[in-house]
Write a new protein. Structure first.
Length: 245
């Protein structure tokens, strides 16, 4: 796993995609945890949110490396209301992932129970695992990769990542699930690296982005928020379009 140090902390206000008196939806940058992972001064979305709005609470989690749409409540009432929607599976989430290999998924349902074995690890376990369902739809095909839409019905830890791995379609860069980092030398013909230079991956994390979230505001009005791709995800897609078609 690559460690990114000295990352510039973004201004919270620059991340806001939607805000009213009760709810904020932000575009979470990669490499920032949703909540406190351990004691210490590491920046996370909860701390950034509380500096912006005192009573802020994170309504759900995204993995540290995952970017995209994250719902934050500005008061306890809003937190309860959104939590109830999650409990009743009324929050619709769409993720985009770039996966290793060419895979034709046409509304494929992966229905495999997931067991949390602790310390950030999960496994597929049909006997003891909790129900986990994800729908997959291929969006764009490249020579060596596929852009896939992922629609989780449940919200288990690492659900999209492990469900894709069961299809031999690991997310690019997801080394925990045997996904390989993407290097320009793999996709660009006649690629030459300068002497004494070490090639860096195009994207220094796994290629997963929470693209869209839909839920109801406190007044009952439905809301759908689209989170633009961050720079690294956008760059990888552009390089694939250029050299891997």
């Amino acid at each position: 796993m690559l460690v990114v140090k000295y990352m510039k902390v973004p201004k919270f206000a620059d991340l806001v995609l939607f805000e009213d008196e009760d709810i904020i939806v932000v575009n979470k940058p990669p490499f920032i945890s949703s909540l406190d992972e351990r004691e210490g001064g590491e920046v996370n979305m909860l701390r950034l949110a509380k500096n912006y709005s005192e009573d802020a609470q994170i309504c759900h989690r995204l993995d540290k490396e995952t970017s995209g749409a994250l719902i934050i409540a500005k008061n306890p009432e809003a937190y309860r209301a959104v939590s109830m929607q999650f409990e009743k599976r009324q929050v619709k989430k769409i993720y985009h992932a770039i996966i290793d290999g060419t895979h034709v998924f046409e509304n494929l349902l992966v229905d495999l129970p997931i067991l949390n074995v602790g310390k950030g690890n999960v496994m597929i376990n049909r006997q003891e695992g909790k129900r986990a369902e994800t729908w997959f739809q291929s969006l764009r095909y490249f020579k060596h990769y596929t852009l896939v839409e992922c629609r989780p019905v449940t919200g288990r830890m690492h659900q999209i990542r492990i469900h894709l791995a069961t299809q031999r379609a690991s997310i690019a860069g997801d080394e925990m699930y045997k996904g390989l980092l993407v290097y320009l030398s793999k996709i660009k013909r006649k690629y030459h690296l300068g002497k004494d230079q070490e090639e860096q991956p195009i994207m220094k994390r796994f290629a997963l982005h929470a693209r869209e979230v839909s839920f109801k505001l406190m007044n009952g009005e439905p809301l759908t928020v689209l989170a633009p791709y961050p720079k690294d995800f956008e760059t990888l897609l552009k390089q694939l379009e250029k050299f891997d078609m």
